[in-house]
Design a binder for this molecule. Sequence first.
Ligand SMILES: [Zn+2]
Length: 143
Amino acid sequence: MSSLIVPCAHCASLNRIPADRLAQTPRCGRCKAPVLSARPFDLDTAHFASQIKGDLPLLVDVWASWCGPCRSFAPIFDKAAGELVGRCRLAKLDSEAQAGLAGQLGIRSIPSLILYRDGREVARQSGALPLPQLLSWLRQHGI
Ligand SMILES: [Zn+2]
């Protein structure tokens, strides 16, 4: 039976999860929180390198609290997280609280969306998208 390596949304520990258990709210072996979250989790600098690893892609929304378009995109991103559980993980990166990391990633405008797979950036989108366009953009990248 195939299994996937998935970083915990809460503590970033790598968990091995049988593919057929992804839909059953698997719990983290270390912190016991659900490994997969139906809501976007907050990404920080300390966990970044672990969170972009694993067999499920990670979509990062780079945002800031003062940014109007970011705030109106938030509910869309939340909804996408619910729809994509088990296929793609969604995280938010606060570009002010994690300014160093945002700088390293070369963020020039917000919101920015970055898709990671196998520890590498595979796609980037500047600006918010309506939900259908967001899902179709992800489909183009195999999600
Ligand atoms: Zn955990």
